[in-house]
Design a protein around this ligand. Structure first.
Ligand code: M6R
Length: 369
């Protein structure tokens, strides 16, 4: 059942091209327009939406943070991302024009379920992005958009994360199409780009030898930092979470722009720092800004483990290691950039002799508050 792999997590990492492909399947008609019949919320109600709040926990919340950048850009709707347990007991501003999108692999996370119930009580429209048919959260929601990642067994989420980003992107593109704004036409082009992602993940998975070697060398490491910007910021958070869960190593993700507001004080000789570099064509010269962050931390002795697109030569002078990912449009890069971080955490856990699929103190679905 592990498909020839040693652990479920390794299998699930390799399932990712399929998880993305299956989640994309059947979402467009012959003309390439998005169709989300399964959503069961009228177009009129969706057109009236004036704000989105994503509620989720852990990795699912990071998928929401990635989606925020894309949905705001495409659909021109404000998107907030709330940790479900914080949302429920805050005093969120929600009404019938608010679309509350929950994201959950299991569909049973109690914190997320309570947030959805709270949103329902306040009259919001609720949509669940979920991987488990017949689970509680979709049942409690007005509508559901299933991710088709297949069963995820390992406690550490991998393929569900990619499928969640994919589904949230589909929702964002659908809203863009529905609202008919300046991006409505771009939606079909993005769908075409998304369809190329599974092949690129496939290719990326063949390049992981050096990442495995790095993990094996680093079994004694006590702290690892992760930096990213824009959609790379939640990828940094996710990379850090994987390492905490799987290898019990202190790990933190930062927005690269925050460095000089505090975290750069953590950098001393030999400190490993993964940096997720934006695609070179990311707007607002973010690529250049992150490259200069690499330069700054390198000058202070950091070991810079740089994740950069094929052909990006600007990072080379400042990188201790360069991990290459295939080229893709800037907003789709998280679907690739997170993969080496998953592989790194998996192999560091293995190198330390830990239980990859069942890390200490954790459960696959957290059904208590
Ligand atoms: O089943 P859910 O997606 O609602 O679970 C949410 C989190 O508990 C989950 O993503 C958790 O953070 C994972 N262990 C991360 O690898």
């Amino acid at each position: 059942e592990k498909g020839g792999y040693d652990t479920f997590m390794e299998k699930e990492i390799h399932d990712q091209p399929q998880a993305v492909a299956d989640t994309l399947l059947g979402r467009t008609d012959e003309s390439g327009a998005l169709v989300l019949d399964e959503l069961r919320i009228s177009e009129e109600q969706l057109r009236a939406v004036d704000k989105i709040i994503v509620v989720a926990c852990g990795t699912a919340a990071y998928a929401g943070m990635v989606a925020k950048y894309a949905i705001e850009h495409w659909a021109r709707l404000p998107v907030e991302v709330a940790l479900a347990h914080e949302f429920r007991y805050a005093d969120p501003v929600v009404d019938e024009r608010t679309l509350v999108v929950s994201i959950s692999q299991s569909g049973e996370t109690m914190d997320t379920l309570m947030a959805v119930k709270h949103a329902n009580e306040m009259g919001a429209l609720t949509v669940s992005i979920c991987n488990t048919h017949g689970s509680t959260i979709p049942r409690e929601s007005d509508a559901v958009l299933y991710t088709h990642a297949g069963p995820e067994i390992a406690v550490a989420s991998t393929k569900a994360f990619l499928a969640q980003i994919t589904a949230a992107y589909i929702l964002g593109l659908y809203l863009a199409q529905l609202r008919g704004g300046s991006y409505a036409e771009g939606a079909q082009a993005v769908m075409r780009d998304l369809h190329e992602i599974p092949g690129k993940i496939e290719e990326l998975l063949t390049r992981m030898d050096r990442v495995v070697e790095m993990a094996n060398f680093m079994a004694d490491t006590r702290s690892v930092l992760f930096l990213g910007r824009n959609v790379g910021f939640p990828v940094a958070m996710e990379g850090a979470l994987k390492l905490k869960e799987l290898a019990y190593i202190h790990a933190e993700g930062f927005a690269a722009g925050e460095l000089k507001h505090g975290p750069i004080a953590l950098i001393d000789a030999g400190q490993p720092v993964f940096v997720i570099v934006p695609a070179p064509d990311t707007p607002h010269e973010l690529h250049k800004k992150v490259v200069s962050n690499i330069q700054e931390i390198r000058a202070r002795g950091a070991r810079t483990l740089v994740i950069a697109h094929d052909g990006d030569e600007d990072v080379v002078p400042f990188a201790s290691e360069v991990i290459r990912i295939p080229q893709c449009p800037p907003l789709l890069a998280p679907l690739l950039a997170v993969v080496p971080l998953q592989v790194f955490a998996l192999h560091l856990s293995t190198a330390k002799g830990l239980d990859v699929d069942q890390p200490r103190n954790l459960a696959k679905s957290v059904t208590v508050e």
